[in-house]
Design a protein around this ligand. Sequence first.
Ligand code: BTN
Length: 255
Amino acid sequence: KEGLETRYIGREIYCFDEVDSTNIIAKELAEDDASEGTVVIAKTQTRGRGRRGKKWISPRGGIWMSIILRPEIPPAKAPHLTLVTGVAVAKTLKREFGLDVGIKWPNDILIGDKKVCGILTEAHARFNTIEYIVVGIGIDTNVDVDLFPEEFREGATSLKRELGVDVDSVDLIRKLLVEFEKVYEDFKRGRFPEILNEWRRFSKTIGSYVEIRKQLGEIVRGEAVGVNSEGALILELDNGKLRKIVSGECIHLGR
Ligand code: BTN
């Protein structure tokens, strides 16, 4: 916490050596009334979770962290936080390391065409009101992706691999929390359209020919032509029709 220049994000930080998942710990703390901005960090996770029920490999050397938020927004807008967080991470990595940082819709942070960070947003609502949101951020900083099981290795990279040197994780967490607070404050002040514009500038998906795998096995292919004001992806299908994609796994097939 030393030298952390934020107003409320990270004013309360819980650090652990090993947990099942920082998102789970954050949820428990939130249920116990932890305040907005409370952060949970662990050196390693035994049951790190990714999107769509996938496992998230979380060895020592990476940044595994969750932030508790209590925004006054309708539950339908909770997914916006994923894009807000993506912009905060992308801006920080770009500024600190000057790498070719991009975002794959909706929320994978890429260096070149390889994933370096994933974001898992979990909203908890009651009576159609948000009680709290946990934003989980996983960054492969000083990890060796060659040691990942094969299905996780492909398409992954780490900051250490891209830079050739170890990264100061504590310093990066500080910078990230400062940037997050700024973008999150903008979001709460109704500046989501501007944040989306920043997201568009980082996007590696817009302009790509993509395949979307939907939850029930449906596959949609087309050119990603943009994102709408809600952050949904707009595809131009091969027959020229436009289709709005709200959720799904996105695979870049080419430009
Ligand atoms: C993805 O599938 O891309 C999202 C990965 C999110 C991983 C982070 S690591 C910290 C937090 N705790 C978890 O169990 N998952 C998130």
